[in-house]
Design a protein around this ligand. Sequence first.
Ligand SMILES: Cc1ncc(COP(=O)(O)O)c(C=O)c1O
Length: 305
Amino acid sequence: VNFCSDNVTGAAPEILDAIVRDNAGPRMPYGTDDVTARVEARIAEVFERDCAVFLVATGTAANALALAVVTLPWGAVVLAAGTPPPHGVHGVQPAALSLTQATEAGTVYTPAKLAALAAAARERGLKVHMDGARFANAVAALGVAPADLSWRAGVDVLSFGASKNGALAAEAVVFFDLVQAETFAFRRKRAGHLFAKMRLLAVQMEAYLTDDLWLRLAGHANAMAERLAAGLARLPNAALVHPRESNQVFIDLPEAVISGLETAGFAFYRWGAADATQIRLVCAFDTRPEDVDGLIAEATRLSAA
Ligand SMILES: Cc1ncc(COP(=O)(O)O)c(C=O)c1O
């Protein structure tokens, strides 16, 4: 059973079915098709405002291209709350703040926290980018409107992920400032993410956003992580490293329990220093409760041994 990441998954059946259903017949290439147009309109609806939407196939492309737009060639991207000390012309110039939602620690920024960080960035003349590879997990966890976790809190551009939450390979770069989006189409083309068969990305995104599938899938992943965290945290000498707020669990466990779980066939990453007894367990849209319970039962048995 594999808890290494939410990208060890295939696609959600609803998304795969949508690809198969849409497969027959021609559609115009390079994003000039009807499905891409519908996805753009649907994303504007989800975020409750006009926005410029560009589909790409990886989170890295989404982030790199979005950040390229909001960062001048001599600009630096700030990754945490805090700005590098200025060195005048001799240093790179802080240009953008990039926040990851949900974070790489599995926690989430509330709308208020986001708004405070974005305001601090704006005061310093920085644009605000959000790496939303797990944006769905954050929205599902907080139960707030997508707008409240993005533009209403001061986010200028969002990498809106789907690949980690049920798509095969689809991410949307969403600009809330239409002027900033102007060069994006050219950058995407140069980066090789203007797919001739953009329909394949669009149909994934359309299914993802239909009937709130994205929030149901993320809600399931979050619930499985909560079940895992609750079951493991009560073991002797177990301690959550970060609060469990999305679909990732970071936990310290005795070495005997960790190696015992590995021997029993559970896959996950060890985290931190080589001698650390911290592991990361990630749940996904298709994590089965019985697999979560199986890991907890094995860890419980190992703890008592
Ligand atoms: C927060 C975050 N952003 C971006 C990425 C990169 O996504 P991709 O592997 O699709 O390029 C990852 C992948 O693990 C991620 O966890």
